[in-house]
Design a protein around this ligand. Structure first.
Ligand SMILES: Cc1ncc(C[n+]2csc(CCOP(=O)(O)OP(=O)(O)O)c2C)c(N)n1
Ligand SMILES: [Mg+2]
Length: 769
């Protein structure tokens, strides 16, 4: 006899949500056990010997039911186009125990199946409604309190649930970063927005635990605890044994994590509240009291498929599906409710149907609430910018005493010293930022005692101590994850990425995570930071692609990101002040791209002329976002150059940035001599967003235009400059672009075949003649 024939018709339903729903009802109806004679009291253990009281159980069970019926509702209303997300939490409802045993002020970074955790956390504050809030999110309503309708995420500002993206494992580094930040706050005298003994909670799936981004968080947690440093993070692996359709090898999570050095392993049965509660309690207590990274292996199951679109019957047998569905934790909870005498069959079914009614009613109501209607609404929280406040904050210089102490007296203030090169002025500006903001932290590879590969951060650790300036382990993903954690706890992180080429392997931490937080939380959460990245080409004697990477492309299209690239020391200082102010005032994430080859550059035209040294701008000077620098009359011979504004129109306007600026200035003299033209060199300084109005205004005064872009031909900054010119209606102006080739940069002299040089600029100008 075929086994299929033995399967009851009800179970052959392709809609497994309906099957699971009916399973619950049938299970309760068929219950034939005996309830205890005495009616249980709230403080009684729910079952003999359980740490979970009846009151705990009732709350947890309600959270489980809310989570389950939100899933069922989503499946039904998705086909009516009233709900836009069907990845559910069914089978994972035991995660409610973690929420119950933690506090609502423990920052939480949740797996998309942590719906019951969320429902349970909602109880921690009076007056909150888990059903309506979730329904608004499912319906993508503009009134969704988590993301304003931008994504279906578990998130809440009052409940300290920071919304996550759908990129699995990408939240583990920042969760660990938040845990580390909670501890570090004390060491720098920073007041935390949460209680001092908070823990960070981070849930994820069993397949996600294999991801490199997860592994770096585990490793870094271990690396931290190994050095006896606290890292109170609770990693909760919701192990359902599968990731979409790929089964996790039997016992893999236990085998992989149960004996890791300095990652304390706990197991809990997430399918059974009566036994799981004590197991979860032990893990939460452990991490809270020992402050050690803790891995909670929570047994779950996955019913109703990966998402509403996942027709499991297409790739799994009915027998297998039924076996999984039999492990439904709600069946176990129903059994506990009946066995303990908390419910009769009738009261239990009534409760089940009551939650269903509330979820559907909320969903129908949510469907009537406003949606996002305009592009302006979509992007409102993406990149907030209040120019006046930013300018005022950037120029605020009320820290004179601290700087006097740090720089060693009035006569040693950098603005009173002779002009210096870029590396020194960045270093001075960082010292100033550290004086101005006691919550500033600087970290990365080799930044502390050594002061970075190029000594740009030299002296900072000595002046401000190891709690504020420190070396991390060698992992860019984790450097940027830490930055998010510190920012989440109200500090101002300045992470350093040693070379631009090494940003790329951690890019998701900025592209997918940090830069997206304001967007996906409707600007309720912010993780402001200034990421310093040393990059670009032209280093002589220290070559190869990875130390001379010129791909700005990877930064150009990150929504909301600000990228500044100074070409000289004074600009670096005033730009840094604005970036820090953008972080403080508007919560923005920015990249400060430092041209390595200009760090030590002192001369401009002739050896010894000191033409690229600049005075340090006093601390009340700042550079407005988007403002470029003009070099007028750049084509005049040395004796004739006055730098005065040329009469409009200018024969040639050269747009550039970074290394291209001094190069263009040198080329301009040759061009001036050869062509007899007036030449203006424009240093864009701000690469993202490009100031299109400024570019158009400059182009409008030009008879000819040259765009000198040391980045790549494809998707380099130059493309944006030219687009701005053309879109301003100035496309008829003769124009040439001098740009790097679409290749990796080779070693030694061959690098200069790839990157634009002075001769190329001169030749391009000749082509315009
Ligand atoms: C970086 C990344 N790769 C792939 C995906 C697509 N994806 C979404 S969920 C998932 C499986 C995750 O399985 P698991 O971690 O076990 O969580 P579960 O869904 O089983 O709870 C995959 C591959 C993704 N979201 N992010
Ligand atoms: Mg899984």
């Amino acid at each position: 006899m075929s086994t299929a024939a033995a399967i009851p018709a009800r179970h052959k339903n392709v809609n497994r949500a309906e099957v699971c729903d009916q399973n619950f009802v049938e299970f309760v109806k068929a219950w034939s056990g005996r309830a205890p004679a005495r009616r249980p009291q709230p403080a009684d253990p729910v079952l003999p010997g359980s740490l979970c009281t009846c009151a705990d159980f009732e709350a947890l069970f309600e959270s489980q039911l809310v989570s389950r019926h939100l899933d069922l509702m989503a499946r039904v209303l998705r086909v009516q186009n009233k709900v836009f997300y069907t990845i559910g939490s069914s089978g994972h409802e035991g995660n409610a125990m973690v929420a119950r045993l933690a506090r609502h002020t423990d920052p939480a970074f949740l797996h998309y199946r942590s719906g019951a955790f969320m429902a349970e956390r909602f109880r921690k504050l009076p007056g909150m409604d888990p059903i309506m809030d979730s329904a608004l999110s499912f319906a993508a309503s503009a009134e969704d309190p988590a993301s304003g309708g931008r994504h279906k995420v578990w998130g809440s500002k009052p409940l300290w649930v920071l919304p996550q993206t759908s990129t699995i494992a990408s939240h583990l580094p920042k969760a660990l970063g938040t845990a580390v930040a909670i501890e570090q706050a004390r060491r720098i005298g920073h007041e935390l927005p949460v209680p001092e003994d908070s823990i960070a909670i981070c849930s994820f799936g069993d397949a996600s635990a294999n991801h490199a981004t997860a592994q770096t968080a585990f490793n870094t947690a271990q690396w931290t605890a190994y050095q006896k440093l606290p890292a109170p993070v609770l990693f909760v692996c919701e192990d359902n044994g599968i990731g979409i359709s790929v089964k996790t090898p039997n016992d893999w999570i236990h085998a992989n994590f149960s004996a890791r050095r300095d990652l304390d392993y706990f197991q809990a049965d997430g399918l059974d509240l009566a036994t799981g509660y004590e197991q979860v309690a032990r893990a939460v207590h452990h991490v809270r009291t020992t402050r050690r990274p803790t891995f909670l292996h929570l047994r779950t199951t996955r019913i109703m498929g990966h998402a509403g679109t996942d027709f499991e019957i297409e790739w799994r047998s009915f027998e297998e599906l039924m076996a999984v569905e039999a492990t439904d934790p709600l069946l176990r909870s129903a059994a506990i409710a009946l066995e303990s005498g908390l419910h009769t069959r009738e009261s239990l079914l009534a409760r089940y149907e009551d939650v269903r009614r509330r979820c559907f009613a909320a969903a129908e109501e949510a469907d009537r609430r406003p949606k996002i209607e305009t592009l302006e609404q979509v992007v409102k929280p993406l990149a907030p910018y209040t120019p006046d406040k930013v300018a005022a904050e950037a120029a605020r210089a009320d820290f004179a005493d601290r700087r006097l102490a740090v720089f060693g007296g009035d006569g040693k203030l950098p603005e009173k010293l002779p002009p210096r090169h870029l590396a020194i002025q960045i270093n001075n500006a960082l010292h100033d930022l550290f004086c101005k903001y006691p919550e500033t932290l600087l970290f990365g590879e080799d930044v502390a005692q050594k002061g970075g590969v190029y000594t740009v951060t030299k002296g900072l650790q000595k002046a401000f101590r190891g709690a504020r300036v420190f070396n991390t382990l060698l992992d860019e993903t984790m450097i940027l994850g830490l930055a998010q954690g510190y920012a989440n706890m109200g500090m101002l992180p300045i992470p350093e990425i040693q070379y631009l080429a090494y940003f790329h392997n951690a890019c998701d931490q900025i592209r997918g995570e940090a830069a997206s937080l304001q967007f996906f939380s409707n600007d309720q959460y912010r993780n402001p930071m200034v990421v310093r990245i040393a990059g670009l080409g032209y280093q002589r004697g220290f070559g190869g692609h990875f130390h001379n990477d010129n791909s700005i492309t990877a930064l150009r299209d990150i929504p909301g990101l600000v990228v500044g690239c100074p070409s000289r020391g004074d600009d670096a200082a005033t730009m840094l002040r604005t970036l820090a102010a953008l972080a403080k005032v508007d919560g923005r994430v920015s990249v400060f791209l430092e041209p390595i080859a200009l760090y030590m550059t002192k001369d401009l035209y002739e050896p010894g002329d000191g033409g690229w040294l600049t005075a340090y701008p006093p601390p009340d000077e700042a550079m407005p976002l988007g403002e470029g620098r003009l070099y007028e009359d750049a084509g005049a011979p040395p004796e004739g150059a006055k730098g005065a504004a040329a009469a409009s129109p200018v024969d040639l306007v050269i747009f550039s940035y970074g290394n291209g600026v001094p190069m263009s200035l040198r080329a301009a003299r040759t061009i001036g001599a050869q062509q007899g033209w007036t030449v203006r060199v424009v240093d864009l300084r701000w690469l993202v967003p490009l100031n299109e109005a400024f570019i158009a205004a400059q182009a409008g005064q030009a008879r000819r235009i040259l765009v000198v872009d040391e980045g790549r031909h494809c998707a380099g900054v130059g493309e944006g400059v030219i687009t701005a010119i053309v879109e301003a209606g100035l496309g008829a102006t003769p124009l040439q672009r001098v740009v790097g080739a679409d290749t990796y940069t080779p070693l030694a002299g061959a690098a200069f075949l790839v990157l634009p040089g002075e001769e190329d600029i001169v030749a391009a100008a000749a082509a315009l003649a």
